[in-house]
Design a protein around this ligand. Sequence first.
Ligand code: NAP
Length: 297
Amino acid sequence: MVAQILDGKLFSKKLRDQVAKHVTVLEKEHKVTPGLAVVLVGEDPASQVYVRSKGKQTIEAGMKSYEHKLNENTSEEDLLALVNQLNDDDDVHGILVQLPLPKHINEDSIINSINPEKDVDGFHISNVGLLATGQKSMVPCTPLGCLLMLKEFHGSLAGKDAVIIGRSNIVGKPMAQLLLNESCTVTVTHSRTKNLEEVVGRADIVVAAVGRAEMVKGDWIKSGATLIDVGINRVEGSDGGKRLVGDAEFSSCSKVAGAITPVPGGVGPMTIACLLANTLVACCRKYHLKEPDINLN
Ligand code: NAP
């Protein structure tokens, strides 16, 4: 079997185009422009790249982008003051504080200080609870992107066996909630799971969010299963340069899976597109306007 490639670049372009179209209508009919504020503390090179990319794509979608770059030594108090200022700013509909934060700042305190209605990352405790109870919430961008690709490929996910590798708050756990809400039978695995290969081998859908380069091998996967690879790992290539690989070994998995996301070009581009979609949704909710139907059709 040769797996169908789930092309995140293509899907994310579709989603960004939909968002941009909706933004134009909002402006024309309601004189409202969604605004996204991104806060970066410190100089982490990967975070700087993400923030730049987010800003660029926000503007391309016709939204307003506000970037706040703070010094590595910024105090928790000063960061809280900035978040409060953004909470009160009517032009800002979405707030994202780029993680990880420097060690002297308590991430939970900062995330939970964001107005949940502007929490476009979906990490605020209120949004976590709303998602867990199947209520309307802001949904974390990476798992939302995975879900959209799965629904685009499968249509209904009801009754499917889904195995998630990883239980982080930003990927594994919200992914489990989303798939449960779609009536999948969900197993969440982690570093203490016994017989991981056997558990993965039962799955119709595998979501790998581990952070271990090429850990999942082709002989772990059930023939025809769908494999969503969230991992982003920088490894040394044969030429001595750096290259990006996922948590699954693409060469072997793509021969067994029915569908697979590549790395790069799979989940990654969907994450930013979902951030834009969430900002649009937050803006529509603020003014009680019709929300966009977020899908990839
Ligand atoms: P994380 O917080 O480090 O969590 C990793 C999870 O994997 C943990 O639950 C850990 O288990 C589990 N794990 C570690 N070793 C394992 C093993 N040998 N067997 C089974 N489970 C194991 O990572 P994360 O933030 O969820 O990110 C995961 C990956 O996705 C990373 O490569 C990250 O860069 C990538 N990522 C990509 C995007 C994107 O936009 N594409 C977004 C976010 C993250 P324990 O809980 O027991 O420690």
